[in-house]
Design a protein around this ligand. Sequence first.
Ligand SMILES: Cc1ncc(COP(=O)(O)O)c(C=O)c1O
Length: 385
Amino acid sequence: MILDEFFQLALELIEAAEKHEQYRGAECINLIASEGLKSPAVREMLRLSMDLESRYAEGENDLAGHVKKRFYQGQRYITIIEDCVTDLMKNLFRCSWGDVRLVSGTHANLATFKGLSMTTKNQKMVVCPLSCGAHISHDYTGLAGRVLGLVNIDHAYNIEEMNIDPERSASIIRAAKPGIVTFGGSLFLFPHPVEELRAVAEEVGAYIVYDAAHVFGLIAGGLFQDPLREGADFITSSTHKTFPGPQGGVILADVKDSRMEKAVKNVQYAVFPLSTSNTHLGRLPALGIAALEMKLFGEDLAKQTVRNAQAAGEFLYENGVKVLGESKGFTESHQIAADVREYGGGKKVAEDLEAANIILNRNLLPYDDQNNRENPSGIRIGFQD
Ligand SMILES: Cc1ncc(COP(=O)(O)O)c(C=O)c1O
């Protein structure tokens, strides 16, 4: 490539980046449920953390989640930063251990699933099917199956309730004897029955992982459900959906006995050295600021987010759109789901709305064939932005 063409490409890149900021930042209505909003303080903290963007902090942490050992010099302030953010997150979610080194929610799942399968020496995981809300990282077609070699066994799902069926899932867990039982998901309207299934998970020796990626900000605000108190052993999450932080991931747990100590040590080993080198340090101060803001304003933010989703569900339903979960008030989270087959299906509706600068995504619904990801029946609409 001659130099002129190289410059041309770079100019195109700069122009697209500028235009993107205007397009999605100012001209669109953003309704993708997995995206989020950052406050001015979080944005400013990101801007002020540019040097961290270039640094490394490889090493081990202790059972409080604090820095224990680092392999590079120059860590004087990086260690303080990481420990402070870990403590802010632990405090906000009321638990004794956290790891903020994960660069995404998928990474948090990778490390947790890997650490737990090492602990239990059991490759079976009970999880929702994709069409009932699981994230691809939980699925046999994604990270869980293709990277980690886990074997999925489906939770029983009640389409009327838009939720896991606790009684039938209990029988499945009892019969399958998995090492991990997973809750949480990407299509996530109502709290999952963690409390109802904790005893059976314990009975078969499984760890409960609650993937809070979508509802992390709602939990921080005291809404939706309280997974750690209900019986989850681990929370995995993104930090940028309903939780208004920078893009990243986190794992949280209570290290209350030797069973959890063993599991946390393996999960930490799966974080480092198994799956990280640099940990995207530039996001950490901003994550801490988001935690502080959630401590102060999280309840109001969460309540308003859910109110917005419920009001939108009601409005669309009254105007003839088949919004799911009508008998239960459409949602208790930040998102609603609608069956749009009569308008041409999820793909067409999402593309038509995109033409009007309304940005959302097509979505599988629980009665869809999970291989039909191209044109599923539904759309999912989120209200946290
Ligand atoms: C339930 C769930 N878990 C994990 C993830 C992955 O998060 P990330 O994009 O941070 O890797 C998502 C993404 O939307 C999700 O919906």
